[in-house]
Design a protein around this ligand. Structure first.
Ligand SMILES: CC(C)(COP(=O)(O)OP(=O)(O)OC[C@H]1O[C@@H](n2cnc3c(N)ncnc32)[C@H](O)[C@@H]1OP(=O)(O)O)[C@@H](O)C(=O)NCCC(=O)NCCS
Length: 195
């Protein structure tokens, strides 16, 4: 079954596989430089040693096909890094995992959220704008920032249901041409053109 949830420590190799599937351009977009495979291994090893979390979308084979790296910072803040497998892009998956990460953070009282990305990353800029983040451009590197609302009983309940039941959020919508529909288990990812 497909689901979106925080990965367990023992599942980090699935995240590593997801990152290793990124091509050189994607790695540059994600990390600001074209990390080689050894760099990716070191990155994953490093985050295993920290309190960071990976919110992942897993396909029916348990592969991580999209993820948000949630790096917890001091003073109730977090920096996020989003990645989506190429075959799953352009269908609202990036938006869905990002939205779910915000919900996860809000539930835990984390208020400040940051994204850092290259100015040429139009998808990420669109995503940041869609969530009302304020964006600053510093010599080709963009920093987007937002303050999350305080949690409410409903937002906490929703987050707990999604996280512990591993439910597929109904907010995950896939656009196909002009049609937008809620994802159903039978729908397969399409082959997307290069972003
Ligand atoms: C950035 C990334 C996560 C987006 O994933 P995705 O699943 O394609 O995103 P979505 O389909 O949810 O699209 C998000 C928005 O960006 C827009 N978008 C997507 N690709 C775009 C592109 N190439 N150019 C401009 N806008 C684009 C979409 O139209 C959508 O906006 P809308 O909701 O107003 O229509 C994905 O391209 C990726 O993994 N890139 C490599 C890693 C990376 O750049 N990470 C960001 C570093 S923090």
């Amino acid at each position: 079954m497909r689901c979106m949830r925080i990965l367990r420590e023992s599942e980090m190799p699935r995240y590593r596989e997801h990152l290793l599937r990124l091509d050189a351009k994607d790695r540059r977009m994600r990390f600001g430089s074209s990390l080689d495979n050894a760099g990716i291994e070191a990155h994953v090893q490093h985050l295993r040693e920290r309190a960071d979390r990976i919110l992942a979308l897993l396909d029916e084979f348990g592969r991580v096909v999209a993820a948000v790296h949630i790096a917890l910072l001091e003073a109730a803040a977090a920096e996020l890094g989003v990645t989506v497998d190429r075959r799953w892009r352009g269908r609202g998956v990036g938006r869905a995992v990002f939205e779910q990460a915000l919900s996860w953070l809000r539930c835990r009282g984390i208020r400040r959220v940051f994204l850092v990305f290259l100015s040429e990353n139009r998808a990420m800029r669109t995503l940041a704008r869609a969530f009302g983040m304020s964006i600053q451009n510093d010599a080709g590197e963009m920093t987007a920032e937002m303050t999350l609302p305080l949690p409410t009983p409903f937002s906490v309940l929703w987050e707990l249901i999604v996280e512990y039941a591993g439910l597929w959020p109904t907010s995950l919508r896939l656009a196909e041409g002009d049609r937008v529909f809620v994802l159903q288990p039978g729908i397969q990812p399409s082959v997307q053109p290069a972003v």
